[in-house]
Structure formats: C-alpha cells, structure tokens
Design a binder for this molecule. Structure first.
Ligand code: ATP
Length: 947
C-alpha cells in the first residue's frame, strides 16, 4: 500500500471545509479520472482476511479419516498375508476415492466462491458532482461517501455532514450501542480513534440517520484492516447435515467392520477356508459396506443446489441454509416490495376540501390531476400545491429519465418517495425547481418505528407567517395524531374530532381497497415561536414533529406481484404457513393478503403493533395457530413473533430489509434479506438474499432445499442397495457350506464399489426437484437421514432384487455349462475352473446391469421415472455408459482378466444381461404405480375426514 495513503493531517481537528482541501477533494467529490489515478497509485480498497486452507493439506485430509485408515490397514494386512495384488487393489480403492472426494470438494468450493462474488459490496459516492454507486473496492482516499441508514461503511473516513448520524462500531469496539457521529471539528486530545465523533471506520455500519464523509484510509490501512488478521483462520462450521452424515458414515464404517468379522467367523464355522482366503473374503465384505463418496457427494449436491437457487434469484450465503430451507414450515413476510411490486403510483390525492384523481401509471410523469372532469394545476389550488410540493420536498428519491437508465423511467431510492415526485410533476410542480426555491436545511430521517419523516426548508415566501417550515409525511394515523390544525379551502383551521374522523374515514376507504396512504403536514417554524428550538442542532422528532397542520393524503397503488398468488398456493399445498408482518396499515394489509390468498377466512385476526405490546406470549401463540396478519409493526416486533413461532416448534423463514430487522433475521432459522431495497446491515445478518425482492423466490428456494434432501436420500438409497447384491452371494456361499462356490470374488466387489457404482450415484445428487416435492409437508428436522424406511427399501427391496438377479446370473452360467441340481457346481475345490470364472463374471456383470435399472429407479420416489424422461439426467447417462464400458473392458482383455478373475462373455450372456435393467425398472415402476394408486384412493378419504 502506498505511503501517501495515511491522512497527512489530523483531519478530525479541521472544519469540514478544510477537510476537503486537506484531502485534495471537494464537496462535489473527485473526478472519475482523479479517482482512477489515485487507485493506480494506492491500490484497491481490499482487506485480505481469508487465508485459504493449503491445497496439499486439503488433499491429504481425504486420506486420513476413519474409513480411509481402515482401508489402508486392510491393504497392509493383505500384503502381510501374501496377497500383494489385493493389497494394491484396496489401496487403489482408497486413492481413487480420496482423489474423487478432493475433486468434489474443489468443485463445491468453486461453486460457493462464485456465489460470494455475486454479493458484492457497494458504496455510494459523489464523483464528477453526481451521486453514484460504485464497488466498495474502488473507493479511494478523497472520495466523498454518501451515507444512509443501514449502509455498510467500507473505508475509514472523516464525517463532513451528519443528520442524526449514528454508527454501530461493534465490529471494532465490541460495543453494540450505536455511537453518534457529527461533522464538527474535534479538538480534545484524549480520545481514541473510535471515540472521535467525526471519524467513521471500515467494517462498521450506519444504524440511523444519514450524512457524508470523506475517505481517509482504505484497505489494510484502515482500523479494520489492522485487526483483520485476528479474523483470519476462522474455522468453517459444519452444518447439522454434514455432522449427521459424518456420524452416519462412522456408524456404517463400524457396521462394515463388524460384518467383516462376522463373515470371517461364519466362514470358519461353516466352510473352514484357509485363513488367507477367509480374510480376503471378509475384507470384501468390509469394502462392500463402506459408503465411499457419501460426504463429498452431499457437499457437492448442496453446492449445486445453491447454484440453481442463485439462478432463481435466491443467493444462499451458507450451505447449511439449504437443508434448513427444506424443512421451513412458516414464512413471515413483509408486504411492500416482497408481495407487492413496489412500483408505486399515486392515483388519488385527498384534502379536507376535495378528492382528486391522478391519471397515468408508473414513474413516467405523464398524466394529470383531475377534479371531477377538469384538469387541475397545483398553482391554482393552494392546498393541492402544499400537498404535492410537501410530499416531493420530503423525499430523497431521484427519478431517472429514460436517457439516463435503460429506456424507461426508473427510480433511485425509495419507490414510496419517488411516486410523490411524479405526482407533483403531474400537478404542474417541478420538484427540482421547488427544492431550489425552498432549499432543505435539515432532515429528520424516516424511521419504521416513527413511521414518518420530516424535512426542514427555508422558504422564498412565508407560509403561515414563517419562512422556515417543516414538512412531515408519514402514516396517516401518526400524522393526524400530531396535527392540531387542518388546511380547509386554502386556510388552516383547528383540528376537530369531526375533521379527524373525516380524514380517517377517507384513509380507511382507500386502505380497504388495498391502497397505501401517506399523509402530508407542515409546521411553520417561526423565529418568535417559543416552542421552536433556537438552534438547528436541537431539532429532533420530539421538538419538531408536533402542532402540525394537516394538508392531505397521497394515495398510491402498489399491486401484488402477479406470481405471488401461485407461490402462496404452492406454500399451502406444501404445508408451509405464510404470515404477513408489515409496517403498513391493517386494512391495506388485509386487503392485499386477501388478494393473494394469504387470508381466506372472513375475520382474520389483525394485530397492530400497539396491540401486540399488550398481548401475552400465550395469547400470541394461540392467535398464531389461526389466520393472523400483523400490521403497523415496528421491525423489532418481528423478533417476538419469530421467537414464539419457534417455541411452537416451527422452522421459520423471515424477510427483512432495514437495520432494525437484523435481530429477527439472525434469530430466524432462515433470515431472508431483500437484495434491491435491503440495507447492507440486513444483508449481512441474513442467511439468504433475494436478488429480486420477490416472495416467489423464497418458495423456489424452499423447493430446491427440499429437492437437495430428497437427492441425498436417493443417493444413499442407491449406494446402500448395492451392498445386498454384493453380500447375498457371499451369504449363499457361507450358508451352503461352500457347496455353492463363492459367486463374487473380493476383487470383483471392489470393482463394483468403485469402478461402476460411483459415477451414476453422483448423478443422483444433481436431480432437479420432483413435481410433487411441494405437495408434501415439510420435513421434520429431527428426522434422521438414514431412516428405517430408507434402509428397508435399500436392503429388502432394491437390494433383494439385485441379490436375486445376481444369483440368477451365476446359476444361469452354471446351467449353461451343464450343471444341474443335484450335481456338484463348477468351481468347488478348483478356483480357476473356466466355467466358474465365467459364472462369477456373469454374477458381477448382472449386478452392474441391475444397478443401471436401480439408478434410474432411484431418480424418483413415487412418480414414474418416465414422466421426467428416462435419460434426462446427463450425469447419470455418462455414469451408465462408463460402467458398461468398464465391464466390457475388464472381461475382454487378458491382463485385466487375470486381476479381476474374469472371462469374456458370450452373445447370449449379453442378451441375458440386457434384459436385467428393463426388468428391474418394470418391477419398481409397478410398485410405484401401485403406491400412487393407493395414495390417490386415500387422499379423497383424508379430505372427506378433514385430515
Ligand atoms: P412492509 O413492512 O411490508 O415493507 P411498509 O413499507 O409499509 O411495509 P415500513 O417501511 O415499516 O413498512 O413503513 C411503515 C409506514 O411508514 C408505512 O406504512 C408508511 O405509512 C410510512 N412510510 C413508509 N415509507 C415512508 C417514507 N419514506 N416517508 C414517510 N413515511 C413512510
């Protein structure tokens, strides 16, 4: 990093004006060319926190876990027992398996790294006199940052303008209470950097207010950069699923070892083979039962799901979240922007004297304000002028014209505020001209808790005798509560109960139609009014937002997103409840909830924030069992709803966008932040970020989450099922006391396990969600991965079919060579009898061919595999082709024949083998069809019985 980067002077001691010159910049920011020159000199604003695990260590760790150690030991024993060929084969199994795992992990890692890049950090700066969004890594010293509530601060900087600016510095100081920041020069000497009120630091965030600051230090030179090494070497925590898998793998490995010992003892009891032969035989059993490739495949299928989700606008930050998504049972969602389009249009204006209609839709300022049949200009109607001008002045949004942005009018900032600018234009008021005539001198920023916002302006002509006026806009009930006067026919009148009721009745009528209503009011801040603070630094919501003069209502439509109703219906079928928690008004909330199907009953329970305060947890839980809508909620109250739902055993996903949503986002099982309107703070607290702010994307992510879990089960079903056909021949050999010569040799078992089984199994991890995945209830998170049902299906159904088929092939080969029941089988006492070798080869090939049918069977649980296209999974197809080639290869070429104890197969053998996949497929398809039939018959009965 360049030496010049450290701030040349103690900028905290300078006045804001001098800060600009000291850092060779201005209030209009740097020019783009100067910023680029500084970046060329001083580098990018990056903090190197990640110290990657060494690839060598990562590679080696695949050879040192319990299963691998067991295989290493088995190899050594094989060598000691004088069977080097087998020892090499077992080690080869281990090496191939380890390399495979490493490759899988590498692919999974790459997938997640790519995702991280999809969530870049941005900063708002002034460059060339214009506010613009740049990548945080492109900040340079001298850049003027624009700070707003919820922004992450990406460089150390000196504050030069502050409006109630408060910063959360807990990442630096551990202190989570927000710290107030100001722009004034600080002359005290005994303050630490963090205590200095005009300095802000990288890694912290704006918890309230807004302001501007000039960057002083970037990258590793920042305070955060200096302590960054402390956060290095952070261990990645394993997800519950990975932990469960580790446990399952260990259990199966131990089980496999026991099986080996058991088979050894049985051999000694029933057959009495030589020690070495018995050992090889039992070793085969151990290898057969060890589930190689389980863990990396699961990691990879999680990573693939995360990639698929990102294509459907849901960025999952940690792999663990994918599995939690699969068991989500409740979604608590906000309304504005998530369920609705957040493309606001003011369609009515209301004052105590008139109701106006506003024509035109969207952000194009094309349309007019009409009173009855007549078009109205705000310059001719004082109340209307104050209403639209007040709304537009009290706005931080910016309208981007088609030339500036993508061919159509769009907005920068809050859509609720942007539509007020459009309404003003339609009424004949140009917001920028109004702002120039009545410049803003101060702002009391919007807060969800207060539900209003105020800006203070210096007027070119007096209003109610004052040249300084505060414009307040916000939730109507809040604004009316604070109003003591009302504009009626161009004059302020005292607020009466009658007027108050009239305003609220108008508000309710609009809200019942699902419209969003904002009230506008003002307060003259006359110099001689004793209730007005003398100094602007004393302006606060408490001192300013009182004795207001109510002007009118701006009524806006924000239609539901078209895809949301279907997504809500999908949730209903999937046993997932959707609960709306919004800051908006109850009537508006219920109306929208009804339109999209969240609410169906006549009388849903509507909780307001105030009512929730008065409700006990028990009552809340009772209410949560029925249809309920939470309206006028402060973000903090979401946390309580989430906690109560969790206490009821639900797995809760919660949406949020503001700073105050963070506790609920963190507490939720799945915190979902909005990518477009969400603050950096919310995005950081969340587990998942929606790039389109759309509720439907949450439902898609849940679908993928469920699919991943289903895929892992499919994969396990497949790899466990092949154990049976490997074990059955050995069991027959043992139980016949050797009368049936060992139908499958140890080397052949190794071939199946590694050579042929692995690739098709991996394909199962990539299966897309099944059609009915959202027709089932959420998975119980306590349910183990390896259920009794899965084991039964693997061993007693798929496995048994495979076992029978493999034995049939063996017997077929013996029969073909002239064996008949009652005679001694070929191979008894003579290992290398060519008929026997062919019979074992047939047994091996039969297992492989049957597995082709089984892998296709595993692709669906109950649906017909033909419904999704028999060969639609490319990965599985490649696996199938590979295993067929391998089997032909090792039977055809003499060197391989010697190693794998195989012999070439004849045409009839292949005819027999080719019949196996369709046969296996047909048997399972018949079972699935029967199952579907039974389910269909049961379903109407369940509905009739109200289940
Ligand atoms: P949701 O919680 O579903 O996103 P919301 O936007 O209504 O809905 P908040 O952002 O918490 O929720 O806003 C609460 C209320 O504050 C709004 O219903 C509106 O009445 C008022 N409000 C919203 N935005 C502004 C704003 N920019 N200025 C003034 N008042 C606002």
């Amino acid at each position: 990093m360049d030496e010049t980067q450290t701030a040349p002077v103690a900028v905290e001691r300078l006045t804001p004006d001098r800060v600009f010159s000291a850092l060779e910049t201005s209030s209009a920011g740097l020019t783009q060319a100067e910023a680029e020159a500084r970046q060329a000199r001083q580098g990018k604003n990056l903090i190197q926190t990640e110290k990657k695990k060494s690839p060598v260590l990562a590679f080696l760790s695949n050879f040192t876990h319990l299963m691998a150690i067991l295989l290493w030991a088995a190899g050594i024993i094989a060598f000691v027992a004088g069977l080097p060929e087998l020892g090499v084969a077992v080690w080869l199994v281990n090496v191939i398996n380890g390399c495979f795992s490493f490759w899988q992990e590498h692919r999974a890692g790459k997938a997640t790294d790519a995702l991280k890049k999809m969530l870049p950090s941005y900063a708002s700066v002034i460059r060339d006199g214009q506010e613009q969004k740049i990548l945080a890594e492109d900040l340079v010293p001298g850049d003027v940052m624009v700070l707003a509530e919820g922004d992450k601060i990406s460089a150390d900087a000196r504050v030069v303008r502050a409006s109630d600016l408060q910063v959360n510095q807990s990442t630096l100081t551990g202190e989570s209470n927000p710290v107030r920041k100001t722009a004034d020069a600080v002359l005290e000497d005994d303050l630490t950097q963090a205590e200095t009120p005009n300095l802000i630091f990288a890694g912290t965030s704006v918890s309230e207010g807004n302001g501007r600051a000039v960057v002083t230090r970037i990258g590793m030179d920042t305070e955060f950069g200096k302590i960054a090494h402390l956060t290095q070497n952070m261990e990645e925590v394993q997800s519950p699923l990975q932990l469960q898998l580790n446990r399952t793998t260990k259990q199966i490995t131990i089980f496999a070892a026991c099986m080996g010992v058991g088979f050894f003892l049985l051999d000694q009891m029933f057959v009495g083979s030589e020690f070495a032969a018995a050992f090889i035989f039992s070793l085969g059993m151990v290898v057969a039962f060890i589930p190689e490739g389980l863990l990396p495949t699961v990691t990879l299928s999680l990573a693939m799901a995360v990639q698929r989700m990102s294509k459907r606008n849901a960025l999952v930050k940690k792999l663990n979240s994918v599995e939690t998504l699969g068991s989500t049972s409740v979604i608590c969602t906000d309304k504005t922007g998530t369920l609705t389009q957040n493309e606001m249009t003011v369609n009515h204006l209301w004052t105590a004297s008139h109701e106006y209609e506003v024509t035109g839709v969207g952000y194009a300022p094309v349309g007019e304000v009409r009173l009855g049949e007549k078009s109205v200009d705000a310059h001719m109607d004082d109340d209307l002028r104050l209403l639209v001008a007040g709304g537009a002045l009290c706005s931080n949004a910016r309208l981007l014209s088609p030339e500036e942005e993508g061919g159509r009018y769009t907005v920068l900032g809050d859509p609720t505020e942007a539509c007020l600018l459009v309404a003003a234009q339609k009424a004949g008021i140009e917001p920028s001209e109004q702002e120039a005539a009545w410049p803003r001198v101060r702002e009391l920023p919007f807060e969800s808790r207060r539900k209003r916002m105020t800006t203070i302006h210096q007027l070119s002509e007096p209003l109610d005798g004052a040249r300084r006026v505060a414009f307040v806009k916000g939730a109507p009930n809040e604004v009316v509560r604070l109003s003591t006067r009302v504009r009626v026919d161009g004059e302020p009148e005292a607020m009466t109960d009658e007027l108050r009721n009239k305003i609220m009745a108008a508000n309710d009528a609009y809200a019942a139609d699902g419209l969003r209503v904002l009230a506008v009011a003002y307060r003259p801040l006359a110099a001689d009014d004793p209730s007005v603070p003398r100094s602007m630094s004393e302006y606060s919501p408490e001192t300013i937002e009182r004795d207001l003069t109510f002007v009118g209502l701006e009524v806006m439509q924000d239609p539901p997103r078209p895809e949301v109703a279907a997504a809500v219906e999908q949730c209903r079928r999937a046993g997932i409840r959707v609960i709306m928690i919004t800051g908006d008004y109850g009537l508006t909330a219920v109306s929208i909830a009804r339109k999209i199907g969240i609410v169906r009953g006549e009388h849903p329970r509507v909780f307001s924030g105030v009512e929730l305060e008065r409700t006990s947890d028990d009552e809340l839980k009772e209410a949560l069992r029925g249809e309920v809508v939470f309206a006028r909620m402060a973000p903090e109250q979401k946390l309580r709803v989430v906690e109560n739902l969790q206490q009821m055993g639900e797995i809760v996903a919660v949406t949020g966008d503001g700073v105050n949503d963070s506790p609920a986002l963190k507490k939720a099982d799945i915190g979902v932040a909005m990518g477009i309107t969400g603050t950096d703070v919310a995005k950081e607290a969340a587990d998942m970020v929606l790039t389109d702010d759309n509720f439907a994307s949450i439902v898609h992510a849940i679908e993928e989450g469920r699919a991943v879990y289903a895929n892992i089960r499919k994969f396990m079903l497949y790899i466990l099922n092949s154990n049976m056909p490997e074990a059955v021949p050995s069991a027959v050999y043992l139980l016949s006391g050797g009368a049936v010569p060992l139908p499958l040799t140890t080397m052949q078992i190794l071939t199946i396990d590694l050579g042929t089984d692995m690739l098709p199994a991996l394909g199962l991890g990539c299966e897309p969600p099944e059609d009915d995945v959202m027709d089932r209830p959420p998975r119980d998170p306590k349910e183990p991965l390896l259920t009794g049902r899965l084991m039964r299906k693997a061993f007693l159904w798929y496995g048994l079919i495979g076992g029978i088929v493999s034995m049939a092939a063996y017997v077929f080969a013996q029969l073909e060579a002239g064996w008949a029941p009652g005679l001694e089988m070929f191979g008894v006492g003579a290992d290398l009898d060519p008929v026997y070798v062919r019979a074992t080869t047939m047994c091996l090939a039969a297992i492989v061919f049957a597995q082709i049918g089984q892998v296709l069977n595993c692709r669906t649980e109950t649906a017909s595999v033909f419904s999704r296209g028999l060969f639609s999974n490319r990965h599985i197809n490649v696996g199938i082709v590979f295993e067929i080639c391998l089997i032909v290869f090792i039977t055809l070429f003499p060197p391989f024949q010697a190693v794998f104890h195989t012999s070439p197969l004849g045409v009839w053998d292949y005819v027999f083998l080719c019949c196996l996949p369709p046969l296996v497929l047909a048997v399972e398809e018949a079972r699935k069809a029967l199952f579907r039939q039974i389910r269909r018959r049961r379903a109407p009965r369940a509905v009739a019985e109200g289940r």
